[in-house]
Design a protein around this ligand. Structure first.
Ligand code: FES
Length: 127
């Protein structure tokens, strides 16, 4: 059912874990299945220098989170915002159609983490 790449990332997720003092945190859930994902980012000069994730979900959700962290590490905020779930699916060598929503969770997680970072940055600038 899953590509080799999906299984590789599921068995050996990249950037898995919590981050101390992140600059942005994105928490998202999938109402269809109840799975949850948390993405932490560290940002310097608008570049995502580090990223970690914790996902409580299916094989596709874990593999999608793992590959997404690889995709955004070293990218600017603007570049990271352009990454879509289609990019995630392509990088994974495809996902079964019923699992597409799992890759959307990864895209939403990144966007939520960036939103949180931008919100905090704005708050700091105003103080
Ligand atoms: Fe829930 Fe995959 S089935 S995210």
């Amino acid at each position: 059912m899953y590509s080799d790449k999906v299984m590789e990332h599921f068995r050996n997720p990249h950037n898995y874990g919590k981050m101390e003092n992140p600059d942005g945190v994105g928490r998202v859930g999938n109402p269809q299945c109840g799975d949850e994902m948390v993405i932490y980012i560290k940002v310097e000069n608008d570049v995502i220098v580090d990223v970690k994730f914790e996902t409580f979900g299916c094989v596709a959700a874990i593999a999608s989170s793992s590959i997404t962290t690889d995709l955004i590490k070293g990218k600017t905020i603007d570049e990271a915002l352009k990454i879509t779930n289609k990019d995630v699916v392509n990088q994974l060598g495809g996902l079964p159609a019923i699992k597409t929503h799992c890759s959307v969770l990864a895209e939403d997680g990144i966007k939520a983490a960036i939103d949180d970072y931008l919100k905090k940055k704005k708050e700091k600038e105003q103080n």
